[in-house]
Design a protein around this ligand. Structure first.
Ligand code: ADP
Ligand code: MG
Length: 279
């Protein structure tokens, strides 16, 4: 049986509006299972509940109804909070809000230091984590002088230095240029493929969801669609109804098929399109 790292059952979350008495139901009954080692992409228009869902994964928010279980630990139980936060590392949108120290290596050491890890072991964890994000030679550099993509990789190094099982990234590339986005995606992808880290990647770049094993589409606080990238992005009309785009190549494929070209559905990358057209 595949081990479930994340199990969410009928999750409901409400916010009280600060202006008036109204209650916003941000999550209206979400069910989600994520297997160990899986790469899940979460997409959905603004306000669909993605960040709220992310914050439930490490007990930053607690369910109003339903449950969230991380490796068998129920987030509603206070005694589990510490263990859950150690197991689920979070990376957010703005790299500048996540970097605290004067050098890259001090920043990376911050997490394990707080966990009370021995200095010798911290050294090893920092070196190993910086290597895994491809920043070994940057260890003495000042984080604020790095590019956006490098800053996010330092943030990721700081998280993986705490040895989590799950990496949750909430639009980590939203503030980056195309080069930075590619760097971060390559890093996250390698951590998933080579280290078996379970990844939940929230993004509004459809091209990034193509990397995932499975895509979850959120809409109005509910899971609207779920499937492999190929399944999801061949449903062009439904995706558009949910105010989302499909990757450019999938869009082109949709147009060509409509015009009567005999192309297979589910083409997602330029390489696949070239092969299909040549046939
Ligand atoms: P997304 O990340 O998909 O943009 P969010 O989870 O941030 O969506 O928000 C879902 C809904 O909850 C939105 O309607 C948003 O306005 C509302 N919301 C989010 N955070 C708060 C908050 N702290 N207080 C009140 N409403 C909130
Ligand atoms: Mg958000």
């Amino acid at each position: 049986m595949v081990r479930k790292v994340i199990e969410i059952k009928n999750l409901i979350h409400r916010y009280n509006s600060s202006q008036d008495e109204t209650v916003i139901e941000a999550l209206k009954g979400v069910d989600l299972h994520v297997a160990k080692g899986e790469f899940l992409a979460v997409i959905g228009h603004n306000g669909s509940g993605k960040s709220t869902l992310a914050k439930h994964l490490n007990a930053l928010l607690l369910p109003h109804e339903g449950s969230v279980t991380i490796n068998g630990l129920d987030t509603r139980k206070k005694e589990n909070t510490w263990a859950i936060r150690q197991q689920v590392g979070m990376v957010f949108q703005n790299p500048d809000n996540q970097l605290v120290a004067a050098t890259v290596e001090e920043d990376t050491a911050f997490g394990p230091e707080n966990l009370g890890v021995e200095p010798v072991e911290i050294r090893r964890l920092v070196d190993d984590s910086l290597e895994r994000v491809g920043l070994s030679s940057f260890h003495k550099r000042a984080p604020h002088l790095l590019s956006g993509g490098q800053k996010q990789r330092v943030a990721i190094a700081g998280i993986i230095a705490m040895r989590p099982n799950v990496l949750v990234l909430d639009e980590p590339t939203a503030m980056l240029d195309p080069t930075g986005r590619k760097e971060v995606m390559a890093t996250v992808s390698a951590l998933n493929k080579e280290e078996g880290l379970t990844v939940v990647h929230i993004t509004h770049f459809m091209e990034e969801a193509v990397f995932a094993d499975r895509v979850l589409v959120m809409s109005e606080g509910l899971v609207a669609m779920e499937g492999t990238p190929r399944e999801i992005f061949s449903r062009v009309e439904e995706i558009k109804k949910l105010r989302l785009d499909v990757p450019q190549i999938a869009e082109l494929n949709g147009c060509l098929r409509k015009e009567g070209l005999l192309l297979p559905s589910g083409i997602l990358t330029l390489e696949e399109m070239v092969v299909a057209l040549c046939q």
